[in-house]
Design a protein around this ligand. Structure first.
Ligand SMILES: Cc1cc2nc3c(=O)[nH]c(=O)nc-3n(C[C@H](O)[C@H](O)[C@H](O)COP(=O)(O)OP(=O)(O)OC[C@H]3O[C@@H](n4cnc5c(N)ncnc54)[C@H](O)[C@@H]3O)c2cc1C
Length: 470
């Protein structure tokens, strides 16, 4: 039987980042990935015409020096594509047209997304009484603190773009814990951010060099990163097309049943990290802890479709001079955002061409099984015609359907995660990581996984060599 220090189930960015960190700390690791390729949601394709299409996540933003160091270590630095000025210019839809969001105070004061009354209401935030209580919806919280108009016009499209969520159902405490905590501590979000607690101020004082946030991808698309990790770990440490179907804990040893090459094999390990989506982790721990399994099953996922379209430049009237346009739900559109990927990353379209990404669906407007690929593509083409002045058919189309796209941090999320924490304490050597815990964006998944791996590696310090192999 094969034995390991740590087995990581799931080869998305969470699992791979954890595995890579543990590997660099000298531990014997194995990643088990069900799919034919690593990367999970991070999928990229290159069309025969030379377009690079990201099928899931499409932009990364970080100011983490440690992530940069990892890219250097993986030999990825020269393959990075960093967005220029376009990355800073963002639009929200207003009356069916993209309207730029200013990012300086004078521009903010003048912006037309919100009325004067709406803007003045934001200035009252420090005087709005604190609401104590266990939790509140994202819509309720921001509506109360900065007013319903800014909530509807500015927060809603952001929440839709990042979480594909329903602000009336999302938990403020789980989705924006720092903002919730600022109100609890200082009675106002603005005051709370201006006056950090002493220990947070001390922590930031001892941190290493500060970096500005950079928006980036890789020359071959976003999947370049997980593939580079898998390549460095090597096929002996990353099993693809291998599905974990069962998990046992006996006498301090974890045993995993893996379906691989048409048969079932068992691997033994001292520690196991479940880096699978919540609904998969639920079934793997169902026999260990029914409560934790129910908590994991209770995390809903939004459904989405992503349509990448490639056009000749002359076909699109809009200058596409930015990141893209996000749609507040009050605009009544099918899409969450239309992103201008070749403006952000020019190598993603051949010369004289542009590419766009239509992100459709989400919790408020889910993609239904009966909506066909053709219908959704036709919808995306119509969106580009109406909003960006595109004319004629695109020369290339790429379509991806995500029935379970993003976990929703809805009411009860904090309690669900507490059930996992109880199981982790009860079963030493079992850990949960992934986009349903601590943030959905790739950089958050990466950070949570690396920090978890540091903690797991710490438990091996001073331990005897790994368990005997038969
Ligand atoms: C459409 C879309 C757009 C997004 N856009 C952005 C964006 O622009 N920027 C951003 O930062 N984030 C974005 N995100 C979010 C981000 O991509 C994800 O949250 C993140 O990639 C999740 O990584 P993960 O490793 O936690 O999970 P996953 O990527 O889901 O990986 C889990 C892995 O587990 C494997 N697995 C499942 N069951 C088993 C089993 N039984 N045995 C073995 N393996 C198993 C799966 O095959 C999968 O590879 C987007 C997500 C989607 C879906």
């Amino acid at each position: 039987m094969q034995t390991y220090d740590v087995v990581i189930v799931g080869g998305g960015i969470s699992g791979l980042s954890a595995a890579y960190t543990l590997f660099k700390r000298g531990l014997e690791v194995l990643v088990i990935e069900a799919g034919a390729e690593v990367g999970g949601a991070m999928k990229s394709v290159t069309s025969p015409e030379g377009y690079i299409f990201d099928c899931g996540p499409n932009t990364l933003a970080t100011k983490e020096p440690r992530m940069w160091a990892q890219f250097a270590d993986l030999g990825l630095t020269d393959h990075m594509v960093v967005s220029g000025r376009a990355g800073k210019r963002r639009y929200f839809l207003k009356d069916g047209k993209p309207l730029e969001i200013p990012n300086d105070p004078i521009g903010m004061a003048r912006m037309q997304h919100v009325s004067w009354a709406g803007k003045l209401r934001v200035l009252r935030e420090p005087f709005v009484p604190r609401q104590t209580g266990s939790d509140e919806s994202v819509a309720g919280f921001f509506g109360r603190r900065i007013g319903p108009e800014v909530m509807t016009r500015m927060i809603d499209p952001f929440v839709a773009g990042v979480y594909s969520g329903d602000p009336a159902k999302m938990s403020i405490k789980a989705t924006f814990p720092a903002i919730w905590e600022a109100e609890q501590r200082a009675g106002s979000v603005i005051k709370g951010f201006l006056k950090k607690p002493k220990d947070a101020a001390a922590k930031s004082a001892v941190k290493g060099p500060k970096m500005r946030s950079v928006t980036f991808s890789f020359a071959g698309g976003i999947a370049t990163w997980p593939k580079a990790i898998a390549r460095t770990l090597g096929p002996q440490r990353v099993w693809q097309q291998s599905r974990v179907s069962d998990l046992f804990h006996e006498a301090g040893i974890w045993r995993l049943v893996v379906e691989r090459d048409g048969s079932a094999t068992t691997v033994e390990t001292r520690a196991v990290i479940l880096a699978t989506p919540a609904y998969v982790s639920a079934e793997l721990v169902a026999d260990l802890d029914a409560q934790a399994a129910a908590a994991l099953r209770g995390i809903p996922y939004s459904s989405m479709a992503v349509v990448n379209l490639g056009y000749r430049r002359s076909q699109v009237a809009h200058p596409l001079d930015g990141f893209g346009v996000l749609a507040p739900s009050c605009e009544g559109r099918n899409f969450l955002g239309l992103l201008w990927s070749s403006s952000l990353f020019p190598p993603f379209a051949p010369a004289g061409r542009v590419s766009t990404i239509d992100m459709m669906g989400g919790s408020l407007n889910p993609i239904r099984d009966e909506q066909t690929r053709e219908e959704l593509i036709a919808q995306a083409i119509a969106d580009n015609e109406a909003v960006l002045g595109a004319s004629g058919p695109p020369e290339v189309v790429n379509f991806s359907r995500w029935p379970k796209a993003l976990p929703q941090y809805n009411f009860g999320h904090v309690e669900r995660i507490a059930a996992l924490e109880r199981l982790e304490r009860a079963r030493p050597g079992l850990y949960f990581v992934g986009s349903y815990r601590g943030g959905v964006g790739v950089p958050k998944c990466w950070k949570n996984a690396v920090e978890l791996a540091d903690r797991v590696a710490g438990t091996f310090v001073g331990q005897p060599e790994r368990i005997a192999t038969e």
